[in-house]
Design a protein around this ligand. Structure first.
Ligand SMILES: [Zn+2]
Length: 378
């Protein structure tokens, strides 16, 4: 068996479900041990940095023979989402050129590819510059791993090996979560003159939000990632059948585009609330930011995208440049000053009950990353 695939199977067999997503899950400690010893065995200089209790980032460094030169980083996350509904999530199974198991595509395939690429480069020896392999925790929840990584480490460019079907993704959307509260006045259900119905008033907001979503999706699309959008995620309100509800709350998500500020989501909602208050002075609503992450786009024309395209061609692939809809750690790296692209193997079923990665893609991803060290580090 190819050693890259053997490594991938080892990684899939380790339960590394994110413990913030799934309380009681084991987290990244065991997989970090495996990654660290594997990188050490390949000859990298390894440091383990505990980001939260039982949740270590692992960073391996390979120095070139000539110390001067540029630094290239490969980065991937070691956590996975939960396994509810999966029969045998941690037993890797290979069928028809696919490797099945939780995390096979998201993103242990990419992690195995970058680790194996480093092993190959270490064996050959790096002429110049520096290669950094970063295996970080918690991408599936709030990216405390990537946040910690960029406080200590930097690079001239990075490849985040999230699954992209071997396309080179040079940007992705961001997101913002907003909580909207509308006030009413509690009263006996038989006394309409005294009550103010917070839920129906929140309905006014929902109507405007739906119109805003249509308007966002009607704007000219960003060439890489399409349009912005929003949706209502949770709604709560009401106390009992026979009373006017005094409060109704909506938690919503706005997906943002490169160039849109994280704060634009709250500002849009506040504009709607102000307009509604202008029409009816008894309308009272507030909007507050909950959490957000910015969209990201590698600086136009930055050479990492071109270098990776050349590397993929050398490895026998057909480069295609694209954007991704989902948020990734590339934004954390990118906004910390490390121009970053996404490039990883194809497959299907990420976050669903049947997840697989295409074995051939893992190998091609690895080969392209090996080539990239030559193209970019020289
Ligand atoms: Zn992922």
């Amino acid at each position: 068996m190819d050693p890259t695939i053997r490594l991938l199977r080892d990684l899939v067999a380790i339960n590394s479900v994110n413990p913030t997503l799934v309380p009681g899950a084991p987290g990244e400690r065991a997989i970090a041990d495996c990654v660290a010893s594997e990188l050490r065995r390949s000859g990298l200089d390894v440091s383990v940095d505990t980001v939260a209790d039982g949740r270590p980032n692992v960073v391996g460094v390979l120095e070139g023979r000539r110390r001067k030169g540029r630094t290239l980083m490969f980065c991937g996350h070691t956590d996975t989402v939960g396994v509810a509904g999966m029969a045998d999530p941690f037993t890797p199974a290979e069928r028809d050129g696919r490797l099945y198991g939780r995390g096979a595509q998201d993103m242990k395939g990419g992690v195995a590819a970058m680790m194996s690429a480093a092993a190959t480069v270490a064996q050959r020896g790096l002429d110049a510059g520096r290669l950094i392999i970063a295996a970080v925790v918690d991408e599936e929840h709030s990216s405390i791993g990537a946040d910690a990584l960029v406080k200590t480490w930097t690079a001239d460019a990075a490849v985040v090996t999230e699954p992209t079907d071997l396309q080179i993704a040079v940007g992705h959307k961001g997101f913002a979560w907003v909580e909207v509260s509308v006030e009413g006045r509690a009263a006996h259900g038989s006394r309409p003159a005294e009550g103010r119905d917070a839920i129906l008033r929140l309905g006014r907001v929902l109507g405007r939000l739906e119109a805003l979503d249509r308007e966002l999706q009607g704007r000219p699309p960003h060439p890489l990632v399409g349009t912005g959008s929003l949706h209502a995620s949770f709604i709560t309100g009401g106390r009992e059948l026979s009373s006017y509800p005094d409060r109704a709350t909506l938690q919503m998500e706005r997906r943002t585009l490169p160039g849109e500020a994280e704060s634009s989501a709250v500002a849009e909602v506040r504009a709607i609330l102000d307009a509604l208050a202008g029409e009816d002075p008894t309308f009272v609503g507030t909007a507050a930011p909950m959490f957000s992450r910015p969209a990201y786009e590698v600086p136009r024309g930055h050479e990492i995208a071109k270098a990776l395209a050349d590397a993929l061609t050398r490895a026998g692939g057909r480069p295609q440049v694209t954007g991704a809809s989902f948020w990734t750690d590339a934004a954390v790296l990118g906004h910390a000053g490390i121009p970053s692209v996404l490039f990883g193997p194809g497959g299907a079923g990420l976050h669903s009950t049947e997840e697989y990665v295409t074995v051939r893609d893992v190998l091609l991803c690895r080969d392209a990353l090996v080539q990239l060290t030559e193209v970019f580090l020289g």
